[in-house]
Design a protein around this ligand. Structure first.
Ligand code: GMT
Length: 382
């Protein structure tokens, strides 16, 4: 099948999922066309089955805000016609589903019927999409998608609770490709980051407020009082500067390493002993799943869809948002005993396998088939 994927090309979870999905689909023989404003960060190789089409928004002085949705919908129309695209898969409702719907309607004028799948990722529903300025457009875009999928049961329920939805929402969880990690490094080179006697604790995110970065630092501050450890902070975002300042105030600058954005997440997770994810909300927590497949147990909040990924007392521990004392105690209980730590590590990897690409990809393919076969059915998207 020829599939156009629309996503954010950044390090955010939705862009990562969309990119990995596109690569996996191409490996299965589909032809995948990414349509976005920049080559997705995880998309290193283009091939005859993976294409990238850049959306340009020409600057025009009359426009105070340059109309990206307009440019995206036009680019989609052109791409569909030029490459014979059969299906459109948009990740993140705003503004992708909205632009996708416009493209669909423009194409219908030319008797080209193309089904649109919208995947909801989280903040498009739980944060940005809730704003009264966006809500009617988000509701409309969801109701007018041919198929809607959500990355967790929790996100599905939040969507149904917050928007007037007339569509079925299929839950297709995020995934990881375990084969990618089975060739794990023989030497993780942990000595580059920490002394032999130190444990390595990691946090990876886009450092937005929702990630509760100060909680990450405060939990680590408590842990290192009991257990010699280093904290590795991976990512960039608005909360980073404040985090660096907080480390200084707490006197732990020497033990906290800020690495910035990285395309070598598996290398970093390879030498990590524990992952911290105290988020305010998280529709799924892909970062936690990536940690788990790399045998890293997770100390997290119990917000949103995280409990669908991190299993209490098995792959790590979950606490109420902001309960940094409990998070630190749980972390210490895992880290202080090497036998306990290795059991949690093993559990984490085993549990993550449930989300292996091989289990999840067929669910997307099934949805694509159904949508494609029903594309001429006028009632399909109603
Ligand atoms: O978490 C972020 O800030 C990035 C965001 C995104 O949309 O790119 O991630 C969301 O989608 C990910 C992939 O489906 C999920 O794993 C994250 O939990 C979700 N983030 C939130 O709900 C805050």
């Amino acid at each position: 099948m020829k599939i156009a994927i629309v996503c954010y090309p950044t390090f955010g979870g939705s862009g990562v999922v969309a990119t990995e999905l596109g690569i996996a689909l191409a490996n299965r023989g589909h032809e995948v066309h990414f349509v976005t404003y920049k080559q997705p960060v995880r998309l290193e190789l283009l091939s005859n089955r993976i294409h990238f089409h850049e959306v340009h928004v020409p600057e025009y002085p009359l426009f105070k805000y340059q109309p990206y949705e307009l440019a995206l919908s036009s680019k989609l129309v052109d791409t569909v016609k030029l490459y014979g695209i059969e299906l459109l898969h948009v990740h993140y409702a705003i503004p992708h589903a909205y632009a996708g719907y416009m493209a669909k309607k423009m194409l219908e004028e030319e008797n080209i019927f193309i089904p649109m799948i919208t995947t909801l990722h989280g903040t498009d529903i739980t944060l940005v999409g809730q704003h009264p300025f966006y809500k009617p457009a988000v509701t409309f875009s969801i109701n007018n998608s041919d198929v809607v999928t959500s990355v967790s049961e929790n996100l599905k329920q939040s969507t149904l609770a917050s928007f007037d939805i007339r569509k079925e929402i299929a839950v297709i969880p995020n995934f990881i490709d375990k084969r990618k990690y089975s060739s794990s490094f023989t030497d993780c080179q942990r000595s580059l980051m920490a002394e032999d006697h130190e444990k390595i604790i990691t946090h990876i995110s886009n450092f937005r407020k929702v990630k509760r970065i100060p909680d990450v630092i405060k939990v680590f501050h408590k842990i290192q009082k009991k257990i010699p450890a280093k904290l590795i902070m991976v990512g960039e975002g608005p909360e980073k500067e404040g985090a660096e300042l907080l480390c200084e105030q707490l006197g732990i600058t020497e033990q906290v390493i800020f690495l910035g954005n990285s395309n070598e997440i598996d290398r970093i997770l390879c030498f990590s002993d524990l992952f911290l994810l105290p988020s305010e909300t998280e529709s799924f927590g892909l970062a936690a799943l990536e940690a788990m497949i790399n045998q890293v147990p997770v100390i997290s909040s119990n917000a949103g869809g995280i409990p669908e990924v991190n299993v209490q007392g098995v792959t790590g521990f979950l606490s109420d948002v902001g309960n940094i004392n409990e998070m630190a105690e749980n972390a210490i209980s895992i880290l202080k005993d090497d036998e306990v730590l290795s059991k949690f590590k093993q559990n984490a990897a085993e549990s993550a396998e449930k989300f292996d690409l091989m289990n999840v990809l067929p669910l997307y393919e099934e949805v694509y088939e159904k949508a494609y076969n029903g594309r001429f059915d006028k009632s399909y998207s109603q």
